[in-house]
Structures are given as C-alpha cells and as structure tokens.
Design a protein. Structure first.
Length: 406
C-alpha cells in the first residue's frame, strides 16, 4: 500500500487532544470524566447572536470576501477602540479561527528555514503550525519560580541570529495564564524594531485579565510595520465552533501577502461572520459577567491546588488556565494513567500534559495545564479526584515547593 508522507508521520502531537480516545474509553467503561484539558468554555453563547443566525433571511449562502465581510471588519474597528487603539477595516483580515491567522502570518512573513523566537511554555499548536510552514522555533524558557514571566530582554537578544525573522508571544498567555506588563511588551517591541523583526502577539484572551488592565502592543506608536496581532471570538464569547479569527496589522504589505493565502482558501464562513458581527453589537454585560465567572473559578482552582501536598502553582492573572507542577515522574504517563487505570468515586480527569507545551526537549515532565472551564462545583469534584490520584499514583515523586503571593 502507498506510504504516508514523512511530514505527516513526524507531525506534532497535540497534548490537548491526543488522549481523547482514552477519555472516550473511560466514559464507555462508565467513568465520569472531568475535562480540564481543553479551553472549551461551558458558559452559554449569547442567545441574541445565535438568533441572528437562525433568523437570517438568505436566498443564497454565498462566499464571503477573502479579507472578510466589510461590515464585520468595521464592527471590529469599533470593538478594538475599547483597548485604546485605532485601526481601519483595511488593517484587518478575517480568518478561520486564530489557528489560520497564526499559520498565515508564519507563511507570509517567514521563508522556509527561517526562525521565530517563542517564549515557552507556549500554545502547543504554534509548534504544529511552524512545522507546516517549514520554519524553525527558537524557544526561550520561562519558569514557574518567576510565575512564568517573560525571559529577560538580554535572552531575547542573544537568541537572535541571521535566521531570525519574528518573535511570537501570547498575552495573556496560554498555557500559563501570565499577563505581561506594558513595560515588558514595550521592551520586546523596541527590540523587534532594533533588529528589524516582526512581533506577532496572540491576544485571544485579552478580555480575561483579572488583576490588571490589558495592554495591547497595538498601542505602541511607531511599530506599524513590525506588529501583527492575532485575535478570535472563540473564548470571549464562548463561540469556539464558529471558527472566526482575525489578523490586525497596520503594515499593508503583510495584509497583501496574507491575502494571497486567504484567496487560496476562498473565505472564512459567511454565516459565522454574520454571527460574529452580531456578537460585537452586544453591550458589555455579557463579557463582564463571563469575566467575573472565570475569576471565581480561577480562585477556586488555585486555592484547591495550593492546599495539595507537593503541588506547585501560582495564581494566574489572565486567560483561564493554571500551569501547575505536580509530584509525578512523567506528565504524559500520569495523564494517561488517570484515564486508563484510575477513578475516584467513579470519576477521573483529562488533563493536558505539560511536556507538549515546550519546544525544548525533556521539559514539562512534572507539569500539567488545567483549564478552569467547568463550574465551581465541578472544579471542586475534579480537584477531589486529583488529590486522591496523587496519593496513589505509582510514579509519585517530590518537587520543590515554591510560594507565590499572586
């Protein structure tokens, strides 16, 4: 029989979804599985926007323009003003989720074999998209003892080589929940301009900052040719299935280059753009209530983890993830063991192994990402399961306890 490609055989495995078959088997065996592995909110999507889709009076469901519906891009312009920056509809290109935005930017701005610097732990799919685009990843490791703050500027500068074309960061960060300061972001932006690099910033979780205001790199003057922002409606509006994201960039050459790829794939979904446009016309009450709910969940999860023996974590400032260190020998083995061999009162957990959020080898072996996308009662039940699992896991080991004030 024909062989599959070497590229697909060596493709990056998602730490978020690769254990799904084992979760299905656990459920088929009668276990209750608490899904803390994936950023799929359980909060209801705004009904008013869903009604717009249901009531759409369309005779033909046509292709949308490759750059995205003009009316939706105009609504995005108004929406982004709440973050203090101004763009035009021509600075925005609508994509099939943030995923396509990431891939398009890598392909439009980097040639084969060139490199992008990424702080790690990082959003795991960045690695997959880099593989598809045939670009290299130069990781800079942040650690839990600094609450996963960005590495020092000197480390970024040391990582720059003749192959470096871009820096990619996620703020607020997935998987750590870290919110980066304006000072740090300005320093990285200045570095990008100094070395004539692109600065890509994934701002998908911009609405979820709990202890400080969000600062967008698009507020930094004089960087229009260097900065591109990746965004999506998925998380803030509990609309992951809509698959509507965007690229925001004031550099017309970048938008023109991305347009070539956008035209290849024709368009983002027409109906989903109608839905997304309706979302942006809602008042602020929905997002305000969602943010308050996630803040309560964050506090609950952090408090439960902090009380567990030998568990190391810190209270994240944004997004809806905690990246914790557990007294385990191997995070991949532990996550699979939970699904295949363990249950507490008929329930178990699905977690995302920390190792998959690193580009560097052998890191994250004692770390997991937990998404607080369940209600508080289920978070408590899930933490009961985790607490009991850590007591009996055959590969339990010790970790150094670190205390964080925030």
């Amino acid at each position: 029989m024909p062989e599959i490609s070497k590229r697909s055989a060596n493709a990056y495995d998602s730490p978020i979804r690769k254990l799904t078959p084992f979760a299905v088997q656990a459920e088929e065996a009668g276990k209750k599985v608490y899904y803390l592995n994936i950023g799929q909110p359980d909060i209801e999507t705004p009904q008013a926007a869903l009604d717009v889709v249901r009531q759409a009076d369309l005779k033909i469901l046509k292709y949308a323009p490759s750059q995205g519906n003009r009316s939706y891009r105009e609504e995005l312009v108004h929406y982004y003003k709440r973050f203090g920056y101004h763009v035009s509809p021509n600075d925005i290109l609508v994509t099939n989720g943030a995923s396509e935005a990431i891939l398009f930017l890598l392909m439009a701005c980097l040639d084969v074999g060139e490199e992008v610097i990424m702080p790690e732990p990082l959003y795991a799919n960045y690695l997959g998209f880099a593989e598809v685009a045939y670009v290299g990843v130069k990781p800079l490791t942040s650690t839990i003892d600094t609450a996963f703050d960005l590495p020092d500027l000197i480390e970024f500068e040391r990582a720059i080589t003749k192959k470096t074309r871009a820096i990619l960061i996620c703020n607020p960060n997935n998987p750590t929940g870290r919110v980066y300061s304006e000072e740090k972001l300005r320093a990285i932006a200045t570095l990008a301009k100094k070395h004539d690099l692109y600065l890509f910033v994934d701002e998908v979780y911009s609405e979820f900052c709990y202890d400080e205001d969000f600062f967008s790199v698009l507020n930094i003057e004089g960087l229009g040719d260097h900065v591109a922002v990746i965004d999506s409606i998925s998380k803030r509006f509990s609309a992951c299935g809509a698959r509507i994201g965007s690229i925001i960039c004031r550099n017309p050459k970048v938008i023109q280059a991305v347009m070539k790829f956008a035209q290849f794939r024709l368009s983002a979904p027409t109906m989903a753009q109608l839905f997304a446009e309706a979302l942006l016309k809602l008042d602020d009450s929905y997002i305000k209530s969602v943010k308050e709910e996630y803040q309560r969940r964050r506090n609950t999860l952090f408090q439960r983890l902090s009380k567990m023996d030998e568990v190391v974590c810190y209270q994240p400032g944004g997004a809806f993830y905690v990246f914790a260190q557990l007294p385990i020998d191997n995070s991949d083995r532990f996550c699979r063991w939970l699904l295949e061999e363990f249950d507490y009162k008929g329930a178990t957990l699905m977690l995302a192994s920390g190792s998959g959020f690193y580009a560097s080898e052998n890191l994250g072996q004692q770390e997991v990402r937990l998404a607080y996308v369940l209600n508080e009662m289920d978070i408590h039940k899930a933490m009961d399961v985790l607490e009991q699992a850590l007591l009996v896991y055959p590969g339990r080991t010790k970790v150094l306890k670190t205390v964080f004030s925030t």
